[in-house]
Ligand binder design. Structure first.
Ligand code: FES
Length: 106
């Protein structure tokens, strides 16, 4: 089975993702934020807030907590969980690096 058939999609070249940076990518038109803290400490989460679907891009990142720019809901990028109510989540994607590219599993 090919990578694409298994749901893994190339999202960004690894060397385009600096440490402490957030990049919006759109594999297959799905907005995904790729976040690199350091080295392989990388996270891939939906760009769509679980509240009213505002783009999370541009929200403040404090440690592992990403704050939605619209109404300040705060999500843990490691789990996708809303801090105040863990049953509410943004989608978290698996990722892996192959040949210098970061792939996400949609
Ligand atoms: S849309 Fe994100 S907090 Fe309201």
């Amino acid at each position: 089975m090919s990578m694409a058939e298994s749901g893994w999609i190339a999202a960004i070249e690894e060397n385009k993702l600096q440490e402490n940076s957030v990049k919006l990518v759109s594999p297959k038109g799905i907005g995904v934020l790729i976040i690199r803290k350091t080295g392989n400490d990388i996270y891939a989460v939906s760009n769509k807030c679980a509240h009213m679907a505002c783009p999370l891009r541009g929200g403040a990142l404090d440690g592992y907590i990403l704050k939605c720019p619209c109404h300040d809901w705060r999500f843990d990028i490691r789990t996708g969980e809303l801090l105040e109510a863990k049953e509410i989540k943004i989608k978290v994607y698996k990722w892996k690096i192959i040949d210098g590219n970061i792939y996400v599993k949609l």
